[in-house]
Every structure is written in C-alpha cells, then in structure tokens.
Write a protein that binds this ligand. Structure first.
Ligand code: GDP
Ligand code: IMO
Ligand code: MG
Length: 433
C-alpha cells in the first residue's frame, strides 16, 4: 500500500493521532484534508504529550513532509500558536499549506456563537472555532482563501465587503455588536508574514510527489458520523470526514489511493449534541470517562461515553470502504465485569436494517445488546496478540464479525509501544512489516 487514508469511524477522537504517528514512519508525506482546528489529535512521544489541531501528526517525525490540503479551513492565529508549540522540531521546509485553504475569519466565530445561543437546547455543541460558517462562505462562493493574503489591497477589499453583510447579520439578526474591519485586516496581514512562507499549490506538490514514487498518508479529522453528508445531520461538522474527503480535500484523485484504515474505539464517545443510542445513562459513563480520560483534546469538554455500537461502525466501514480497522482503548474496558455490544437497532417494534438517515429515527431506535464477559485483567503492556486474555480476543473477534471488517491492530494505551498487531490480518504489515 503506498497511499492510504486514515479515517475515524465513530464521532471523532478515536485515536487517529496516535495511529497516524505510528504509520507516519512508513510514509513520505502526511496530509490533512478537511476540518480545521476543531480537530485535536493527541500523540505521545518520549512521554511528552502533543496535541495537533491543524498541522498533520507526521510533523513529529523529522524528515517527513506535512501538507495542509485545500479542504482544510485555516485560522492563521491558531496555526501560529501551534507552530510555537512545536519548538524543537524542524518545521521549515516540512510544512506546506494549500493556497486554496479557506480562511476562518473573526465574523465566522461571532456568527457561530450567536447562532448556537439562538438554538438553545437544540444547539449543535460545536467547538466554537468558526468552522461551520467558514465552510458556509466557501460553498456560497464568498469565502476568502489563504492565498489572497499575498495581495494586501485585494485582501482588504474582500474582508471589508464581506464584513458589511456580516455586520448587518450580527447586529440586525442576532443583536450583537459589529466587528471592526480595519482591525481584522491589519491583524490578518500581520499573521500573513508568518503563514505565507508555507503557502503553495499543494495539489501540484502532492501529485508530483506521487508520480515520483513518494507515498502519502491522508490524516482524516473528525469521524464518519460527523461527516456533513453521511453523519448524523445536523449534528455533524461541516466537511466530508469520510475517506472521499481525502480526494476533494487535497486534489489527489481516487485511483491514486490504495487503501483505507478505519480507527474505532473499543467503545463509543461523542462530544457535543446529537443522538447517541448506546450512551451510558448510569455511573458507568463517569467510570469510563475517568478511565479513558475522555475529555476533548481541543475544548476540554467531557465526552459522552457509551457501549460499542456495531451499527455505527458497520455503516462507517461501508461508506469509507475500510480495508482494515484499528481498535483503540481496549485497556479502558479492562476492569469491567460485563461488556455489552450493540449489534443493531429496533425501531417501532421491528429490527431496523442499516443505519437511519434521519436523526428523529436515530433518537427513537432501541439498541439490541449482546453481553460478553469482561477479562478483568490489565491489557496495557501486552505486546503479542496471543497474550491477550481469551475474553478480550473473543470480544475483538465479535466486533470484527459484526462490522464485517478485519481488525489489523489493537491499541491498549496512548503510547507508541502500546500497540498490538493482529497476526492473521494482511494489513498488519503496514504497521509492523
Ligand atoms: P483523535 O482525535 O482521533 O486523534 O483522538 P484524541 O487524541 O482526541 O483522543 C484519543 C485519546 O486517547 C488521546 O488522549 C490519546 O492519547 C488516547 N489514546 C489513544 N489510544 C489509546 C489507547 O489505546 N488506550 C488509551 N488508554 N488511550 C489511548
Ligand atoms: P477529531 O479530529 C470529536 C464535533 C463537535 C460538534 C460537531 C460540530 O479530534 O476527532 P464543529 O466545531 O466542527 O462545527 O462542531 O463536531 N467535533 C468533533 N468531535 N472530535 C473532533 O475532531 C471533532 N471536531 C468536531 O463537538 O459536535
Ligand atoms: Mg480528537
């Protein structure tokens, strides 16, 4: 496999950062394709924790080129902050940002905050990064792209023209204060001094590199259930977090991509609003949140926790055409006496086939559970698959059967070393071959 996509198969935070970091060694380039600094990808290197938001997790591997593809929305101040956190890593010459990336502007955040507050109980529970309104402007053909920062007069005109309308929305629709256009322009042009040296035509760069025989790892952000088309709309993010987003978000065609690796937790989490059929409603939720440190890597918000939902992951494996799955955080289940798996749903007294497209239906479904005995022994530190407790192996086999996809790797801790290859999976060689 030369070019591969890593995608989240649940509602994000599956451990993509850890797995991309592991895989990065075997690829020449790591590219982000969609989303923005709503993502929080955690990587532990030599006991030190790094949380990447915009910059691909491959940046922690010296010598790898990292690309922020055209599908990513960029807040230049967030990018500068992140670069500061990477002191000690050589970034110059290793980071390329697409000139076609759309800029997140202060009015995006202001409108998002006002709209979330208007929605009240039905708010999406976004990361408040201005992601949705920025993608709205992109699709409405009024967005401002990062390459436009190179022409200050043109940039000023674009901002002031957009702001004229945004300020009317902020004041007349939401009753908020207007924003100061000149201050925005000045601060963005200041940030441009740091950011523009990284800006280039990354579609050209990636495709030329592929033609020269270099390999690319596409680092998905969020997860399939947060995808704007395939996720639990409207409780989703505003980009294509499924594998197809790797093509549109970088300008690399689908025939250049050789495989898709899906990442899934051994249970389920979600941050923000929206239906979650297997969510714990008892003290187990708190226990799993504590054991799994389930607090948002970007916002610090507590993550909602629940049992593994095979209906979710089966659907994800289908819409991403996942070749093999990595199951993370198995260790978080180590203490449990019994572990349930949702094998599918019932709706209005009947078995529901597939995954519902309407959230009203998803809110009404009843999960059908199967209960398995826990293994009640630590799995962290185990390095060979055969040394895992029998109950853990049978749990993993059942997950694989239910989601109709091979499991190639099991993760039992945040560290690089806490990763176990599944010997019979042909995809294991990608990590350990
Ligand atoms: P991402 O957004 O998919 O990259 O995932 P996050 O970084 O937001 O959240 C995953 C969290 O789980 C991070 O804190 C990781 O360090 C941690 N993690 C990853 N794999 C494992 C694992 O197998 N076990 C445990 N206990 N933690 C893990
Ligand atoms: P990574 O890449 C988990 C969620 C938000 C909210 C919804 C919309 O770390 O897995 P947005 O700010 O994108 O408009 O919010 O999507 N969300 C994530 N949840 N992991 C993420 O990224 C997320 N990015 C966005 O919580 O429910
Ligand atoms: Mg995350």
């Amino acid at each position: 496999m030369s070019n591969a996509v890593v995608v989240g198969t649940q509602w994000g935070d599956e451990g993509k950062g850890k797995i991309v970091d592991l895989l990065a060694e075997r690829f020449d380039i790591v590219a982000r394709c969609q989303g923005g600094h709503n993502a929080g990808h955690t990587v532990i290197v030599d006991g030190r924790k790094y949380i990447l938001h915009l910059i691909p997790s491959g940046i922690l591997h010296q010598g790898k080129l990292c690309v922020i593809g055209n599908g990513v929305v960029v807040n230049p101040f967030a990018l500068i902050e992140e670069l500061k956190g990477l002191e000690g890593f050589e970034v110059d010459g290793r980071l390329a940002v697409s000139n076609r990336c759309h800029l997140i502007m202060p009015y995006h955040g202001a409108i998002e905050a006002a709209e979330e507050s208007r929605l009240g109980d039905r708010k999406i529970g976004t990361t408040s990064r201005g992601i949705g309104p920025c993608y709205e402007d992109k699709i409405a053909r009024r967005g401002i792209r990062i390459g436009e920062l190179a022409s200050p007069d043109h940039f000023r005109n674009r901002v002031l023209s957009n702001l004229e309308v945004k300020n009317r929305i902020l004041t007349n629709v939401y009753g908020e204060k207007p924003l100061d256009g000149e201050a925005i322009v000045d601060s963005y042009l200041e940030a441009a001094k740091v950011v523009l040296p990284f800006v280039t035509d990354t579609a050209e760069l990636l495709n030329r590199s592929i033609r020269e025989g270099k390999s690319v790892l596409f680092e998905g952000a969020q997860g399939a259930l947060l995808d704007i088309d395939h996720g639990t709309y409207p409780f989703v993010t505003s980009s294509n977090a499924t594998a197809g987003g790797a093509c549109t978000g970088t300008g690399v065609g689908p025939t250049a991509i050789d495989g898709v690796i899906g990442i899934s937790k051994a249970y389920t989490t979600r941050v923000g609003g929206g239906p979650f059929p297997t969510e714990f409603t008892d003290e187990l939720g708190e226990a799993v949140r504590e054991k799994g440190s389930e607090f948002g890597a970007s916002t610090g918000r507590p993550r909602r926790c629940g049992w593994f939902d095979a209906a979710v992951v089966r659907y994800s494996c289908l819409v991403n055409n996942v070749d093999a799955l990595v199951i993370t955080k198995l260790d978080v289940l180590d203490d449990l006496e019994e572990i349930s798996i949702c094998v599918g749903y019932r709706h209005q007294g009947r078995r529901f086939e597939g995954f519902p497209s309407s959230i009203e239906t998803l809110e009404e479904v009843e999960p059908v559970y199967e209960t398995h005995p826990g293994w009640r022994t630590p799995t962290s530190g185990i390095t060979r698959y055969r040394d895992l407790p029998d109950q853990a192996k049978s749990y993993l086999r059942r997950l694989s059967e239910l989601v109709e996809t091979d499991i190639c790797v099991v993760s039992t801790g945040p560290d690089r070393s806490e990763t176990i290859p599944v010997p019979e999976s042909p995809k294991t060689a990608l990590f350990f071959g």
